[in-house]
Design a protein around this ligand. Structure first.
Ligand code: AMP
Ligand code: TRP
Length: 452
């Protein structure tokens, strides 16, 4: 994509979790951009012209705002390929490399920081992979990345203590098998960095019970668990997630769509604590002054943000769905994958098409096919337009098996060498703790605690 004006060929990434004011400004900016794009989603991302990988790079809010105001004031926004983006990436911005707050000093020209994690519960499935993990691997080349296994989150619902450490290791192995590279990203176990729980406690003094009890996931999960069985941890879970993110002064958080509300809360907490304890007040306490936390943004992929169940195109693919037929697990053997695709829900319309609201299963499976083949949506739509379900399912099963097979082979290699994984996780935790402790100490100081 060398032509800066090829806005219609942008792929879309949505950044979610703005404050109301910023949301209004962003909506106006989006409207301005949309007219040119003819697309209905706020776009902040440009796609790679090459294939594969098809991944796009984010713009910071300041980039979007600058270009928006430039537009409004008659300035010319320019599409650039700044040094902080990988080759082939473009961003609509007017600034050079973005600045990041390190937790321990003034803004510096360092890489933006990206964090994310998955719970070590159940089987990691195609939704986790396409919505989150697959995207991490493209980010690690450009950003400073930290990927953790959120074991502390796994105890918010009844769980098997005998299995937790095993599933935690296996989830780490899946990260690596999917392409997370420990020479680029810090990979670690959440509970190995004690600051997560400590900061959570500090943040929870500013989190409100009413707000937490209205969170969609809390309501859904507590309804399923039966109200008598709902733990306090299930309610306060989003505060722990905010701690996971804010500890690292994260810029971007690549997650599936179901996490957007948690990111909103994270942003609110960051802003509230910054306002209450940061700036001059922190300076008076002997601190640096300025923001205690960076306010992060969710990074939601254009496709794969919400992979749906194989047995019901209107329900999300989920680890906890009772039927294993509803999901493709990353470690499913070939014959199981083929069988699940063969038996998955279809419809009686002719041909295959995206975005027909009456055909949710068709759209979902086409998106999966698109992502595992690395083709564009347009290419897939064209290729499959006249296909019948039988032919499409065979093609989809083959594509899935081809895509997952190398991941499974790497997984087997990684898990056969326990010391390698241990080393990766302890090195990851060591690096993470350095960053996390600096943030935590600042927050203790700003909140008025007696220094140790
Ligand atoms: P969890 O399994 O809840 O730990 O989710 C881990 C990551 O996978 C999060 O970023 C989720 O948003 C993402 N995720 C979970 N299920 C799906 C799905 N069906 N489609 C897309 N992303 C998903
Ligand atoms: N809550 C997320 C989920 O269930 C997992 C998670 C915990 C997470 N902490 C995080 C994701 C921090 C991104 C960043 O999927």
């Amino acid at each position: 994509m060398s032509n800066p004006d090829t806005i219609s060929s942008y792929s879309l990434y949505e950044r979610v979790g703005r404050t109301k004011t910023r949301r209004r400004a962003a909506a106006a900016a989006a409207a301005a951009i949309r007219t040119k794009m003819g697309r209905s989603v706020l776009s902040h991302f440009l796609s790679l012209s090459t294939n594969p990988p098809r991944f796009s790079a984010p713009l910071s809010c300041s980039h979007i705002r600058t270009s928006y105001f430039k537009k409004r004031t008659g300035g010319t926004p320019s599409l650039q390929s700044p040094a902080h983006l990988p080759a082939g990436f473009r961003c609509l911005c007017t600034t050079s490399a973005p600045q990041t707050y390190s937790s321990d000093g003034p803004p510096s020209s360092v890489k933006k920081r990206v964090v994310s994690g998955v719970q070590p519960t159940g089987n990691i499935h195609l939704g986790n992979y396409l919505g989150a993990i697959k995207n991490w691997t493209s980010l690690q080349d450009t950003y400073e990345t930290l990927f953790f296994i959120v074991d502390l989150h796994a105890i918010t619902l009844p769980y098997d203590a005998q299995q937790l450490s095993k599933t935690t290791r296996n989830t780490a192995a899946i990260y690596l098998a999917c392409g997370v590279d420990p020479s680029k990203a810090s990979v670690f176990v959440q509970s190995h960095v004690r600051a997560h729980v400590e900061l959570m406690w500090l943040l929870s003094s500013e989190a409100r019970i009413g707000r937490l009890s209205r969170m969609i996931q809390f309501k859904e999960k507590s309804r399923k668990a039966g109200d008598e069985n709902v733990s306090v941890a299930l309610l306060t879970y989003p505060v722990l997630m905010a701690s996971d993110i804010l500890l690292y002064q994260s810029d971007l958080v690549p997650v599936g769509e179901d996490q957007t509300q948690h990111l909103e809360l994270t942003r609110e907490l960051a802003e509230r604590v910054n306002n209450l304890f940061g700036g001059r007040k922190w300076k008076k306490m002997g601190g640096r002054g300025g923001a205690l936390f960076k306010v992060p943004e969710a990074l939601i992929p254009p496709a794969g943000a919400r992979v749906m169940s194989l047995t019901d195109g209107l329900s999300k693919m989920s680890k906890s769905a009772p039927s294993d037929q509803s999901r493709i697990n990353l470690l499913d053997p070939k014959d199981v994958i083929a069988n699940k695709i063969k038996r998955c829900k279809t419809d009686s319309f002719p041909g295959m098409e995206f975005d027909n609201p009456n055909r949710p299963e068709c759209s979902n499976l086409l998106s999966i096919y698109q992502l595992v083949t690395g083709k564009t949506k347009e290419e897939v739509a064209q290729e499959c337009i006249d296909m019948n379900w039988g032919t499409f399912k065979t093609n989809l099963a083959d594509a899935l098996i081809d895509h997952l097979h190398p991941i499974q082979a790497r997984y087997n290699d990684i898990t056969s060498d326990a010391t390698y994984l241990d080393k990766v996780l302890s090195e990851g935790a060591r690096k993470a703790a350095n960053i996390a402790d600096a943030t935590l100490n600042n927050v203790y100081q700003a909140m008025g605690f007696l220094p140790r």
